[in-house]
Design a protein around this ligand. Structure first.
Ligand SMILES: Nc1nc2c(c(=O)[nH]1)N[C@H]1C(S)=C(S)[C@@H](COP(=O)(O)OP(=O)(O)OC[C@H]3O[C@@H](n4cnc5c(=O)[nH]c(N)nc54)[C@H](O)[C@@H]3O)O[C@H]1N2
Ligand SMILES: Nc1nc2c(c(=O)[nH]1)N[C@H]1C(S)=C(S)[C@@H](COP(=O)(O)OP(=O)(O)OC[C@H]3O[C@@H](n4cnc5c(=O)[nH]c(N)nc54)[C@H](O)[C@@H]3O)O[C@H]1N2
Ligand code: SF4
Ligand SMILES: [Mo]
Length: 725
């Protein structure tokens, strides 16, 4: 029997509403849902490949355990949990809780409850060694807010703005920050048609940049200088919203001084963009009535990311781009609790915590524990050494900077438990692989997307959309799967631990509504539906009401932004001393000499591909037919190098070399090579051809707070690959 049912694609954080055609208990087809409001039946290739992903013959359907010979043998899920519990207890007894670490990657995007229960388990054993992909993604989203403060009612929205600055993001492909996630290409087109002046800073003329009023096709890594330059012009040309700044901010004088030397002429030369474009960008933003500046992985990866993100927040504050008293609240919450969207700041807070790493002088910080340093932490012997790692929906061997070190760390672990449905580059080093059911096999809700606003500014949907989906297909016959939540719950049961579920609504100490703590009944594993109910406790719209709209619904939540409290003393900080100091340091740098490094004359940047989600999708023939890392350069550079489009090339950083398949791309700034991240396999699997971008990186140059190393604007040499044989 064939049936078409509504659901939600949970492969990325756009959470598009979909229609799934189900035949004999198998997903056959996925299409956009025309009955869903506000999405235009949009899907991308990854969403349409959900059936291929679910029915993938290579999918892991039973738990695996490493054999003494180095292969894998199947093990019943209950036995796997019991064995892992025993091994964890032995490690705890010998080395204490710090020896147990957890890494959550992007996998939990599709089952948010898993990471919540996993963290509860880590709290129960007393380990603070909780790492996530956030600190190798956009850690500055958190650190910048800690340094600058945030705004209770949120940023003005893209949908209501007449100007917008996008720094190093390509939302048309990646559904990333700042631009609407629902069919972003269409939303950008509509915005430009209604006259929005969009400014895009990107070394590549991306699908997004093609719509820009001004495209600053700058040299990668110069975002701090460019943003300082825009601030300089906005201050010089008196485009600051002085009334707003007087009431809500402090530190303007310090900022003015620190950007004084970032003149248009200096910035233009340094970043390699025309002065006229810089002036036009600053003027369109400053003279617009509403707008916002958002940053993404481009500035995050190319060093000084705290500063880039911080200056973006300062631009928002200088121009008063926060939702103002009396306007409709932009992020009113549907499946999150109602709150009062006040026109006032959340105060800045401490950016570093007192939990230290043992390596690289790093600490837990506003963005979490520094993941980029976890391999070093695992490899460094002595008291506190990490002996066990739980890897929950992540792929360290392809995602962590310095692939060699990541692989070495995976081998060194006494216990590596990988929760994943694929035998990934990381899973091959695991002692246990625990496969979860996939998204269409479990219930879900859109709440995760709403809570994106707690990690940065302007994220998620600015309209009150919500949807719930039941499981729409059964798990495959003969499978013995365990979802992430179930695994940690059963582990806790085995270890006789009490778990506490926490609903946290906010960022750092700034909470939108009170934290809810619920002691779980440890005698029975709650169902996925029960966990969704728990996470939707006190939601503005009851979950049962949301369930009445299987295609999703946009609620008319007409909540207005309320005035600033009379006793509010919080102020947005424009002159945080460490940021001002970094601005001065960058200005004092000699930016030109390193460019004369003849051994590494090109700058490597990375990007995401429309058909892949980080390392996911590579092995699905429907999405990908090559095992070679796609790279591109400007045709003029290729012809100088004597590399034919389509040929193999070697990319060499100061650290290592990899092979890539080269394409010509006229939209790329000359001098830049762009690689797709997430590609390749482990070094153990494939030598030279296992070309993860992360082979090229190391920890030498890293952010002092988040620890993210230079992952973009990496100096490299590019050569014709030696011909085989
Ligand atoms: N050089 C370089 N390095 C990068 C980046 C870059 O652009 N360049 N990007 C960085 C960024 S932004 C990020 S977010 C990280 C990504 O880092 P990771 O999250 O570590 O990498 P992913 O490839 O996204 O791995 C997600 C894994 O989750 C699994 N998965 C999917 N669904 C589920 C599920 O329901 N349950 C479980 N348990 N697993 C599931 C997938 O099979 C996949 O193996 O990499 C970072 N590293
Ligand atoms: N299709 C697809 N969607 C995804 C993902 C995926 O793998 N595939 N991954 C998801 C994840 S985990 C994340 S974090 C988001 C990320 O979403 P985005 O941050 O939008 O990621 P990209 O599309 O790679 O866009 C980054 C852009 O930064 C530019 N860039 C590189 N270096 C610099 C620089 O120094 N300065 C500036 N200004 N720009 C620079 C690159 O050319 C690129 O166009 O996407 C998510 N969505
Ligand atoms: S953009 Fe693609 S992968 Fe992301 S939710 Fe929509 S259909 Fe799924
Ligand atoms: Mo990411």
């Amino acid at each position: 029997m064939e049936q078409t049912v509504p659901s939600i694609c949970r492969n990325c954080l756009a959470y598009c509403p979909i229609l799934v055609t189900v035949k004999d208990g198998r997903a056959m087809k996925v299409a956009g849902d025309p009955q869903a409001p506000a999405f235009d039946a949009y899907t991308c290739p990854k969403g349409r490949a959900l059936p291929a992903q679910h029915n993938d013959p290579q999918r892991v359907l039973r738990c695996l355990r490493r054999t003494p010979q180095g292969g894998f043998a199947e093990i019943a899920s209950g036995d796997a949990v019991a064995e892992v519990a025993r091994r964890v207890q032995a490690i705890l007894a010998a080395h204490g809780p710090r020896a147990i670490a957890m890494y959550t990657g992007t996998g939990p995007v599709s089952h948010p409850a898993g990471a919540n229960i996993a963290r509860a388990w880590m709290r129960a054993i007393g380990s603070r060694m909780i790492f996530s992909a956030a600190t190798i993604d956009k850690p500055a989203e958190y650190t910048s807010v800690a340094l600058h403060g945030n705004w209770v009612a949120g940023l003005q929205t893209f949908e209501t703005s007449d100007t917008w600055i996008i720094v190093g993001a390509n939302p048309v492909i990646s559904k990333s920050n700042g631009a609407p996630l629902n069919n972003p290409g269409m939303r950008l087109k509509q915005a430009c048609e209604r006259g929005m002046k969009m400014i895009v800073i990107d070394p590549r003329r991306t699908e997004t940049a093609r719509r820009a009023h001004v495209h600053l096709q700058a040299r990668p890594g110069e975002d701090p200088a460019i943003l300082a330059g825009l601030i300089h012009i906005i201050i010089e040309e008196k485009l600051v919203d002085e009334g707003f700044v007087r009431v809500n901010a402090q530190g303007l004088d310090a900022l003015k001084q620190a950007v004084a030397d970032y003149t248009p002429a200096y910035v233009a030369e340094r970043a390699g963009v025309p002065v006229a474009h810089l002036l036009e960008a600053a003027r369109s933003f400053g003279r617009g009535k509403r707008g916002g500046v958002v940053c993404s992985t481009g500035p995050s990866f190319s060093t000084h990311s705290n500063l880039s993100y911080y200056l973006a927040l300062c631009l928002n504050t200088l121009c008063g781009r926060w939702a103002r008293e009396g306007e409709r609240a932009p992020y009113p919450n549907v499946l999150l609790p109602a709150f009062t969207p006040k026109a006032q700041p959340y105060a800045p807070y401490a950016v570093k915590s007192d939990t230290p790493m043992r390596v690289l002088d790093l600490h837990e910080n506003a963005s979490g524990m520094p993941t980029a340093a976890l391999a070093d932490e695992i490899l460094l012997g002595g008291a506190g050494q990490v002996k066990a790692l739980f890897c929950l929906g992540g792929n360290p061997v392809l995602a962590w900077p310095d692939q060699q070190k990541a692989e070495q760390a995976m081998r060194e672990l006494e216990l590596l438990v990988v929760l994943d449905y694929r035998l990934t580059a990381t899973a091959q080093f695991a002692h246990y692989v625990i496969p979860p059911p996939l998204s269409l096999e479990v219930a879900g809700s859109s709440q995760k997307v709403e809570s994106l606003k707690y990690s940065g500014v302007s994220r998620g949907y600015a309209f009150a959309w919500a949807q719930h989906t039941p499981a729409v297909v059964p798990t495959p016959a003969g499978a013995d799967l365990m979802d992430d939540a179930g695994f940690f719950f059963h582990l806790a049961q085995q270890m006789k631990l009490q778990l506490e579920w926490i609903n946290l609504r906010g960022q750092g100490p700034n909470l939108e509504s009170p934290t809810e703590r619920v002691a779980l009944d440890m005698t029975r594993m709650p169902s996925t539906e029960e966990l969704i109910e728990l996470s939707c406790n006190n939601s503005r719209v009851p979950l049962d009401e949301v369930k009445k709209h299987p295609h999703g619904h946009v609620w008319d939540i007409d909540v207005l932004v309320t005035p600033r409290d009379a006793d509010c003393t919080a102020r947005l900080e424009l002159g945080a001393p460490i940021m001002m100091q970094e601005l001065r340091q960058i200005r004092a740098q000699d930016a030109w000499s390193p460019r004369a490094d003849l051994a590494h004359p090109f700058l490597m940047v990375c990007r995401r591909a429309n058909h892949l989600m980080n390392s996911v999708g590579q092995s699905l023939p429907l999405l990908n037919d090559t095992q070679e890392t796609p790279a591109s350069m400007h045709p003029a550079d290729l012809s100088t190098l004597g590399i034919a489009p389509g040929a193999l090339a070697t990319v060499r950083s100061a650290h290592a070399a990899i092979q890539v398949r080269m394409a010509a791309d006229e939209s790329l700034r000359p001098g830049v090579i762009s690689l797709v991240h997430g590609f390749g396999g482990s070094i153990a699997q494939g030598g030279e051809r296992a070309a993860s971008v992360n082979r090229l990186l190391n920890m030498q140059e890293r952010d002092p707070i988040s620890g993210i190393p230079r992952m973009s604007a990496v100096p490299v040499a590019v050569e014709r690959a030696p011909s085989p044989g």
